[in-house]
Design a protein around this ligand. Sequence first.
Ligand code: ZN
Length: 477
Amino acid sequence: MQFAGISFKTTEFAPTFTIDSVSVDNFSCTFYYSNDTLILYPNSTIQPYSLFDVSISYHGNATSGGEYRGLTNTYSSDYNQYITWTLSESFHLKEWLPCKQDLTDRLDSAWIFITVDSTCKAGSEGKLTAIVPLSNGKVRYEWKERHPIVYYLLSIAVGKYAEYNFNVHIPGLSDSLFVMNYIYKDPQCLLDNKADIERTADFLRIYSDKFGMYPFADEKYGHCQVPLGGGMEHQTMTSLGYFIHWLVAHEMAHMWFGDHITCANWQDIWINEGFASYGEYVILQNYFDQQTADITMRHFQFRGRIEPEGSIYVPFEIAWDENRIFNGNLSYKKGAALIHMIRYLCDDDSIFFYGLKQLQNIYADSVLTGADVRNLFEAITGKDFHALFDQYYYGKGYPIYNIRWFQDSTQTGWGDLSIQIEQRGSSADNNLFTIPLPFELFKQQQVETIKLTPSQNIQTFTIQTNGLKIDSIHFDP
Ligand SMILES: [Zn+2]
């Protein structure tokens, strides 16, 4: 499609402000402002593909788009602090900034300048290039994010913060990575959280090894403490309620999955939340221990089973509903369990993590879907991942198995082993699961692992045993 020229420019903006002036290319212009829409009518037609400047001055009080959505000032009873901060995912940047809320159209960079009382600090994305003293006891924090950024990852957090900063050395990075933390000013806060904050260094090293180099290493990684019962992965500056390891790990993993590469639409929020949740598992496995990681994975699987009619992929009809987009059981926990199944089907950790790095390379500063992940793993393994995605990503629920086994004794020893797998889906809409199932066979001091791939709802497999007696079998070890 070709446009002769642009005679108007539409932005999204909550209708709660007073707009003082609007200009395009330094000429003031008329505008229409109502119902979350701000339309500008420049004096002259803007030619296609040309750059133009828009300046919008406004004032007023932001109204929240819901609990902790948009711009809020909230109190933390933990350390008696008031913090002004923003949370704009999924559709709430417009509550405080005129914008275009489109996942596929990244800002190529962002300068975020925040004027605050000199007793406060203001955190945001990218590099802090200056703190400029102003009159009347004010200072201006000048943040510059030079990496492309998705609209909802813009943020500010303002409070009477203390700072706890350090440098991290990451193998493969010529310079050190700057890690900064704006934490509540109460000295007890640092005492309580210092050890957890310092784990950040190890987590950054582990992820850089497993997912590829930290994508914003030339800027920083940081946390702004805010009164939030969780965290939000604002690019290079996570907003965080507390420093418990799994939450730090989750939000940090988003720098790779969510920020550097982003879901192409909200139906594929798994790209963000499934992978960030899997990051928690990766940290448990590599920083803590396998036993704790196993317990967590079983918990993820349990949480997925709470939703017998749910799919990881968000159905189109409710892709506007933030409660469904951020459903912890489906988008997060079951999503992480699916990634564990991708790893299982790769059957080689080096291939699996190579795939994750390839996602970072191919989709850098861009968007992707679940289908893109499927296609990439098919390309690098030569295996078919369609069944996995059809059944566990797009499909509802989970399989329920009823497994029997028997082995006859014969005159010459023990006969073949028969394993009957009977299955149904928790949802009638998704009734046959055809992913290879692992079994351990215990026979006379030996353990053999086999995989059986069902293609019917009731199926009997015959396994040769060379006359050995099977003492027991263990499904999904
Ligand atoms: Zn998350």
